[in-house]
Design a protein. Structure first.
Length: 663
């Protein structure tokens, strides 16, 4: 004879097949099974059910729900489970002092759809958790037994988040890690699925066996009811015995079916999650595809004032090595612009620290090389680098005190360029290459300093100190401009100090050069060179330091002296002197070669010898002698020859006060 139990068994068989179906099919099967569950539990179920189609209200000054006694104390060794299930669940603590307190060792909130039986965990597009209050406090304490601190309030309109150890705020999308986590979860779900299948099959046999036993009891009862012999010989005790057997098996069927339905639902949920996770894993991009594409993760902090400090719970600033703020990012922007993109008037960016480093140093793949790459770009109307101490004046204004002791500014690179070139009409191609335009040098470069040194030297470390090693090979210092002035003059315009050019070869010239190689080409047309000084020394620095050779070569040479011009050989062995309009030559022996014409009165104060003399008129004041002619009276010769005294003496050149060695 057929019973409704047979239909229930067929329905359970169909429900078991849905464990590998999609969510919609699972939920459809659950809805059909729900009718069977209701009939089964109405027939066999224990417990107490209050059901009203409109509303059930439980009202009292104090309501306790749970496995408790009349005092509200948990029974059964403190074990109790309370489930509140509904499409909308509201918990309200009314009144200005109303409150809702949740206490448990573990409190977990997950925004998922649990399904009609509470066995599902479906993430919906509407999944969200919203907490709204005038004052929100999240406080994590590293403590045991009892919380020692009461969380401090954030104040109206405030949010306080505190952690004794770690506080992580993260907006990030992972690829490899997420893929690994999914694989681990899928593996764990696979194990769960295998276990649940084994349990489900065993439980299904238990359910089928109980239904068979119940069917046998009902079959026996029907057969007996139809037998006349049974009616004649039956008594109350026999009827009660059959009913007792039926009632005894009903709780077992109730528990077995309940357990079986739970296993089927749980297996269906495990399989659904496993399929969903595998789909997510297949959609994950890894490697360069993940690194080079944006993930969309974003963390936004908006506030009128943002303060970040390394302080402890007592407000003490920590300066230990572990304390600090680390920003790790490929790009970082700090903007002081308004909504229109303009700089906020009066905006500023300040960094105050004992040591500040801006480093663009890279690391090689083997971790042993550290090449410096990239660039540091600073663009501003006024840029100042200084090492200056400051102080407060009588009006509490911060003013400059003095240059910082041992302060220094260093520019160190293979190429250092200081440019005042102004770009004009620049154009670029689509690849960003400069195609046309020009740079016109404008502005000024000004050095204000007591000592200015341009050093082209190699150095080495000796005895723990950096010392000069040698002059840098092929080093050059070039100054190229339309006008170049080297000026040493005081505030009143008076020349002071000295200028020294010291090298193995010193050349001062006015020549055109080749535009590419800068090699000498030709004398600059119309060029001039002026060497002018109150005292000028050429060829000698002192009596002991003198040039071995001075050569002056030109198409025209002019030497002009307002007072005295004098040329001496050695210690005045021979002298040429121009002084007071007189030209004097003196020496041990004076020789004149070539045709000589003297167009002025000539006085010879010593003996004159000549192989031959042609004289238009001879007048002898005292005597005239000749081996062939004798005329007149003989007289003594004239006075002896005179000597020329040098008027000028060799002086040492002024001391060179710019030749001090630089270390």
């Amino acid at each position: 004879m057929g019973y409704i139990f047979d239909d229930w068994k067929d329905l359970l068989d169909e429900f078991q097949k849905c464990v590998d179906k999609d969510l919609a099919e699972i939920q459809k099967q659950k809805a059909e099974v729900q009718q069977m569950k209701e009939g089964l539990f109405n027939s066999f179920g224990g417990g107490l059910l209050y059901r009203d189609g409109n509303r059930i209200v439980i009202s009292a000054p104090e309501i306790v729900i749970g496995n408790v006694d009349r005092t509200g104390t948990l029974q059964g060794g403190g074990v109790g489970k309370v489930i509140i299930r509904g499409s909308e669940v509201d918990i309200e603590g009314a009144g200005s002092t109303g409150s809702i307190v949740s206490r448990a060792p573990i409190i977990r909130q997950v925004a998922v759809d649990p399904g009609i039986d509470g066995r599902e965990n479906v993430v919906c597009n509407t999944s969200r958790i919203v907490s709204q209050a005038c004052d929100i406090v999240l406080h994590s304490s590293d403590t045991t037994e009892v919380f020692s601190q009461d969380p401090g309030m954030a104040g109206r309109g405030g949010v306080t988040i505190h952690a004794d150890t770690n506080l992580n705020i993260e907006a990030a999308v992972s690829a490899d890690k997420r893929k690994e986590d999914i694989e681990n979860k899928v593996s764990a779900l696979g194990d769960m699925s295998s276990d649940l299948k084994t349990q489900m099959k065993a439980q299904k046999k238990t359910v089928d066996n109980l239904f068979d036993q119940l069917s046998t009891l009902f079959d026996n009862e029907d057969e007996n009811n139809q037998s006349e012999d049974f009616k004649l010989r039956s008594n109350v005790k026999d009827v009660m015995n059959t009913h007792d057997q039926i009632e005894a098996i009903q709780p077992a069927i109730y528990d077995a079916v309940k357990t079986y339905l739970g296993l089927v639902s749980e297996l269906a949920e495990v399989n659904r999650q496993k399929t969903a996770l595998e789909t997510q894993k297949d959609a994950i991009t890894t490697g360069d595809d993940f690194k080079n594409n944006t993930t969309g993760a974003k963390l936004t902090l908006n506030a009128e004032s943002i303060s970040i400090a390394n302080i402890d719970g007592e407000g003490n600033l920590h300066t230990n090595d572990e304390a600090g703020i680390i920003l790790r990012t490929p790009k970082m922007g700090i903007s002081m612009m308004d909504d229109t993109g303009k700089l906020v008037e009066g905006s500023s960016f300040g960094v105050g620290a004992e040591n500040i480093s801006l480093v663009t140093r890279n690391v090689s793949d083997d971790g042993k090389q550290f090449p410096t790459v990239g660039q540091v770009y600073i663009d501003s109307k006024n840029i100042t680098f200084e090492a200056v101490d400051y102080k407060l004046d009588d009006n509490s204004l911060t003013i400059e005190k003095e240059l910082t002791a041992d302060g220094s500014i260093q520019l160190r690179a293979k190429t250092v360029e200081v440019s005042t070139s102004n770009p004009k009409d620049l154009t670029y191609d689509t690849d960003g290459n400069l195609t046309s335009g020009e740079y016109t040098a404008e502005g000024d470069v000004i050095f204000k300093t007591k000592n200015l040194t341009v050093d082209c030297l190699d150095y080495e470390v000796s005895d723990g100190e950096l010392k000069m090693k040698a002059q840098t090979a092929d080093s050059t210092v070039s100054v190229r401009a339309e006008k170049t002035n080297f000026l040493s003059a005081d505030a009143e315009g008076k020349a002071t100090g000295s200028f020294t050019a010291n090298a193995k070869t010193v050349t001062i010239k006015s020549m055109d050069v080749d535009k590419d190689s800068l090699a000498d080409s030709a004398l600059a047309a119309g060029s001039t060179m002026v060497l002018l000084s109150e005292k000028m020394c050429a060829g000698a620095k002192s009596k002991d330091v003198k040039s071995k050779k001075v050569q002056v070569v030109s198409e025209e040479i002019g030497v002009f002296a307002d007072n005295t011009f004098e040329a001496q050989q050695g210690e005045a062995k021979a002298v040429v002197q121009l002084d007071g309009g007189k030209t004097s030559l003196g020496g041990d022996k004076t020789q004149i070669y070539g045709d000589t014409t003297i167009e002025a009165k000539t006085e010879i104060k010593d003996e004159l010898k000549a192989p031959k003399a042609t004289i238009d008129h001879v007048e002898a004041k005292s005597s005239f002698k000749s081996p062939n002619i004798k005329d007149g009276a003989s007289a003594g010769g004239g006075g002896g020859g005179g000597s020329l005294s040098a008027k000028l003496t060799l002086e040492d050149a002024p001391a060179d006060d710019t030749s001090a060695e630089t270390e």
